[in-house]
Design a protein around this ligand. Sequence first.
Ligand code: HMG
Length: 376
Amino acid sequence: MSTIDPRPSVGITSIGLSLPSLALPLSELAKLRGEDPGKYLYGLGCCEMALCAGDEGVVELATTAAERALARWSGDLQDIGLIAVGTESALDMSRPLSAWVADRLGLRGAVRSYEVKHACYGGTLALKQAAEWQLAGASGGKAALVIAADVALYAPLDPGEPTQGAGAVAMIIEGSLTQRPAVATIDPTSHAWSEPAFDFWRPVGEEFPRVDGPFSLDCYKRGAEHCLTQWIGERTAVDALAELEALCFHVPFPKMVKKAVLHCAEAFGLEESEASDLFSQKVDPTMDWNRHCGNAYTASLWIAVASALAGMTEGCRIAAFSYGSGFGAELLTLTAGSQAAEGPWVDDIETDFARRQTIDAANYELLRGLQMAQTA
Ligand code: HMG
């Protein structure tokens, strides 16, 4: 006897991305900090970091991403019943960032509006809540607007400084009993792992994060191994990974992702050549945009996912590993929809890369000086 799944097919029906208007090549930062550029370019795998100009910030990034997602969506503002912003760049301890964005968008009325915080994991949590809101039948036929947006800055001279970045990804989440989501279906089952830890944190009132760098690398690798182990289940790792067209990760810096892949491959008993093929074929290509925008915290994973989905054949599957310090991690699986092959959101990235201004070390110092004076 066959059973019919009464649950709607839930997923992403539109994506918009936004990057700020300035970029600093890592070779310039190396010059300023007296480091060999090879450390940043090859040791960390970063090329450029995205930086906000004086009149830009997390609200502008989030709003632009949302406007772009809405502009290429078939519905309109009245069809949105939930706006959730995942961020660790909050402007206020009470007022959610979603209120600033909703204000700019002109979104008000019968709408649930809130902010989600769990370091870089906040955007994924917002997305999962929106998907579960759809699956539970609580949306009343409305769509959710989920935004992951951050501006990542460390104290000047901090070892994390070369990994700085910024960006936003907005996604419209809908459910339907008759149609598959145009961009990607999100599988209802995901695999979470959390351990209370102080690997990266920012006490209330402090401007920059405190980081235990080596410990954060260990936490990230452990989170990835636990989530992937749950997903693999009874299968062999080789069989499970063969199902995927791409494996996306939260990207604090690309070398972290490589370390995690090699760590997991070893734990799963893959041969060295299998591990290296996995990284070069299914993981590394998803980080092309991240290498040029740096760590955009909550947005980093979703920038990699947007890059992986663009150009993908309908029906292909990807996995997305989310990590947030503190720490919480979760592995989601998604299936590309009919619009993925065309990937219209690539325009957002191409537009932003083309118009952004590259600054040198002296201008970076000036910018950081100005930003620190503004927030002092
Ligand atoms: P560090 O200690 O200055 O760097 O900072 P290092 O000395 O470990 O060197 C890095 C790599 O460069 C090494 O390679 C060196 O050998 C190599 P590895 O041994 O790792 O393979 N290297 C060179 N390579 C080529 N040519 C050269 C050269 N010199 C050295 N000349 C650290 C590194 C990651 C600790 C620092 O950047 C940091 O603190 N970053 C912030 C924390 C972070 O990103 N952690 C990642 C996991 S936690 C996470 O993802 C959450 C997060 O996104 C926040 C959130 O959730 O909200 C951060």
